[in-house]
Design a protein around this ligand. Structure first.
Ligand code: PLP
Length: 409
């Protein structure tokens, strides 16, 4: 659906949480990069599952267990289709991006990387795509290398070729920066990595719910994302891995659902993806995530991207009216994220000031401490939008920021 054919006001009404006062003011929720709100369709899918079908999956030979299993595996197929995976076996359900990246680091990295190998990352990575690699590198003696970030918040692409030496075995990077809003050229980066034989891991936490993401077009080996950042429940998410990658990886958690047989000394394991889903999975989470995907697809990812982009460029225009503001990130196209620093005001104080007026922003380092250091700031205040937000809400934010500038002057 085209952006201008969507009835956004009606869409907005599908999010019941928005209809409330916070500290005596109508809620304006601009903390969508941390987690998004949930549409009725998702809330209803969760309620219906627990009211009618709740049972454990793949275990009981009874009706409810078959229904739960079918819903869970259908959800896997929905996720696969959504991101263009070749088939549902390439989707592992996880708790979200963090768990997905840790899975790759431990199971793939633990087996295929060794002393002296280079893991290439970027300076703009969320701690979720940094710390798992640091832990792995320390354990196996691998080396970390980083693509620098330019002053305008984009990656120093002119340096990629010289950084991607043949000893780089893995390149992990974010699709959209959670602090800068930068949209990285994933296809180009994957192509360059492939040319030196490096495996690619894409952190799609900030893109999966906001723009069309197709793993075939991107050409990545792994892609991680979180359900709760795209209208789905917390504790839901997925790892995409190309079939041959997943099937070459050992399990990372033991017990439960992932074995074929167990003796006291040894076990044999199921194929991917079940090999990576030890114990009772988040069944309702997977079903809720599939409902969120259906909801997003009903609107259309192209339309959502256009709508997000329009809100973001409107916000950028309005921010430009304020003095004493430093906006981080690219001036041109960006994701629905604006991180800024207001002269003389600490991001925590500004966020608290905004909260008192019903406006939910986020203040701090956003799990991007190295990036904050790169820009010489302790943190930023971040406004992040989703398709249920409006220009009126952005106007309200600007009013509050003007008040804050006077208050803290
Ligand atoms: C770019 C990026 N990567 C990873 C994460 C971690 O996501 P989760 O906490 O859902 O695992 C986030 C969350 O803010 C993020 O923005």
């Amino acid at each position: 659906m085209r952006e201008n054919l969507v009835d956004w006001e009606k869409v907005r009404e599908e999010f019941p949480i928005r209809d409330q006062q916070v500290h005596g003011h109508p809620l304006v929720y601009f903390d969508n990069a941390a987690t998004t709100q949930k549409p009725r369709a998702v809330l209803e899918a969760l309620r219906s599952y627990y009211e009618h079908d709740n049972a454990n999956v793949h275990r009981g030979l009874h009706e409810l267990s078959s229904r739960a299993t079918e819903a869970y595996e259908t959800a896997r197929a929905t996720v696969a289709k959504y991101i263009g995976a070749a088939n549902a076996d390439e989707i592992v359900f996880t708790r979200g991006t963090t768990e997905s990246i840790n899975l790759v680091a431990q199971a793939w990295g633990g087996k295929f990387l060794g002393a002296g190998d280079v893991i290439l990352l970027t300076e703009m990575e969320h701690h979720s795509n940094l710390v798992p690699w640091q832990l792995l590198a320390e354990r196996i003696g691998a080396r970390l290398r980083f693509v620098p970030v330019r002053d305008d918040g984009t990656l120093a692409l002119e340096q990629i070729e010289q950084l991607l030496t043949p000893d780089v075995k893995l390149f992990a990077f974010t699709h959209v920066s959670n602090s800068l809003g930068t949209i990285n050229p994933v296809t180009e980066l994957c192509e360059k990595a492939k040319a030196v034989g490096a495996v690619t891991v894409v952190d799609a936490a900030q893109s999966a719910g906001h723009l069309p993401v197709d793993v075939q077009e991107l050409g990545c080996d792994f892609l991680a994302f979180s359900g709760h950042k795209m209208g789905g429940p917390t504790g839901s998410g997925a790892l995409y891995g190309r079939a041959e990658m997943l099937n070459a990886m050992p399990p990372w958690h033991g017990v439960g659902e992932m074995i074929v047989s167990v003796t006291l000394e040894k076990s044999s394991f199921k194929k991917a993806p079940h090999r990576f889903e030890a114990g009772t999975p988040n069944i309702a989470g997977a079903i809720g995530l599939a409902a969120a995907i259906d909801y997003i697809e009903g609107i259309g990812r192209g339309a959502i991207f256009e709508h997000d982009a329009e809100l973001t460029s409107y916000a950028m225009e309005r921010f430009a009216e304020l003095s004493g503001m430093r906006i981080l990130g690219p001036a041109g196209e960006r994701g629905a994220i604006v991180g800024f620093v207001m002269d003389k005001v600490h991001p925590h104080d500004l966020t608290t000031f905004a909260d008192q007026r019903g406006l939910a922003l986020r203040g701090g380092h956003h799990c991007n401490q190295p990036l904050m250091r790169r820009f010489g700031v302790p943190g930023t205040t971040r406004a992040s939008f989703y398709f249920y937000n409006t220009k009126d809400e952005i106007d309200r934010m600007i009013e509050i920021l003007r008040d804050a500038a006077r208050f803290f002057a």
